[in-house]
Design a binder for this molecule. Sequence first.
Ligand SMILES: *Cc1c(COP(=O)(O)O)cnc(C)c1O
Length: 441
Amino acid sequence: MTTPTATPSPAAPPAWLTTGWNHVWLPYAQMQTAPLPLPVVRTTGSEIHLADGRVLIDGIASWWTACHGYNHPHIIQSVAAQLEAMPHIMFGGLAHEPAYRLATRLAALLPDPLDRVFFTDSGSVAVEVAMKIAVQSRLNRGQPNRTKFLAFHGGYHGDTFATMAICDPEEGMHSLFAGMLPPHIIAPLPRDPTSRATFDDLVERHHHELAGIIVEPLVQGAGGMIFNDAATLRHLRTTADHYGLTLIFDEIFTGFGRTGTMFAHQQTGVTPDIVTLSKALTGGTSPLAATIVSRDLYDAFLSDSPAHALMHGPTFMANPLGCAAANAALDLFETQPRLAQAATIAATLRTELAPCRAIPGVSDVRVMGAIGVVELDHIENPAALRQDFIELGVWVRPFRNIVYLTPALTISDEQLRLLCRVVGEGLRKRSFLKKRTKKLL
Ligand SMILES: *Cc1c(COP(=O)(O)O)cnc(C)c1O
């Protein structure tokens, strides 16, 4: 059995890191107090190799993108061949096989009316395109005032201005950018009959200004790994149908086996009008995203007027390297038992994280597919907890009040058990320290 302590101790950081540190700006970080990040020189499978020789077991697969593990030979080969043949070509007026094949495959994987694919290069932009399509389809059909979206508390859809405006208002950046964000309707998810009545009233009052409803099906990921269910999503579908709203499922987190099925909506019996995909689309190798749209919405853009065309076109749209990686990643879902692996991971997470329930301060332990969540009343110092995990040999990033595992679907049983054990160990140590004195932290 791998022991968490079998790693060399930290060494002096390499020169490129200390020099570049004066010029690099990190995500979501207060740079004045941010610690120097860990220098990584190599990845393999579910392992992160640091410059000083230490190896960390990766519990979160680089923001849950690397679903096939790092450096999968099939993806490497496909991207290498594509790099040799044609790293990039513009998508306006020119076509390439990897993108056309990928669009055909995505349309075949998704349920029937979803068959038109628009490629972009990040999740946020895929969501923006979905919003643009929902609004412009109504403009094209002579409905000018349907420009708002109904989104939900706990939701996360990106960091650009349009997507910030539909994220959770408390956890998101609504107050920081107040006045700059277009107002949308952000409501609690209608999870039970009482909240459904309140929700129905809200939609009745606002439907005339709404273009669509956007939700992360089954799991709100970056907003706190909060689960929802089929009945809730069915209610959203019924509401959308009743008022003629576009139902957008943001599957950027939940897509590609993460919740146990290829896409989360397949477990719910609900088909949305638009699906957004990114993150694990390329197996975590290159930035690529897709907005997949129903035939009816697509038809709203067909006319004699150039003004009815979808006005969007990123420079690196459908980048051939990204499309080659995505095709290779899809091959692996066809040839490898990824969904069975997700089911095995779920079973292991259930048994191995269960003891965390007994740790003081733990308020919930929940698992869906290859997602394991330990929720606490409060995490005093997430950075210190993360440091504990590093010292115990794993890469896990607590945020807000949760510690979560979203490993590669290819993680070994031994690595997964080690991750679970270390999460328990780290949390026990922290809650013990908290009782003594803050000086220790
Ligand atoms: C990560 C994420 C996004 C944003 O994707 P980026 O590539 O970071 O822009 C949007 N929606 C969901 C559900 C996500 O998890």
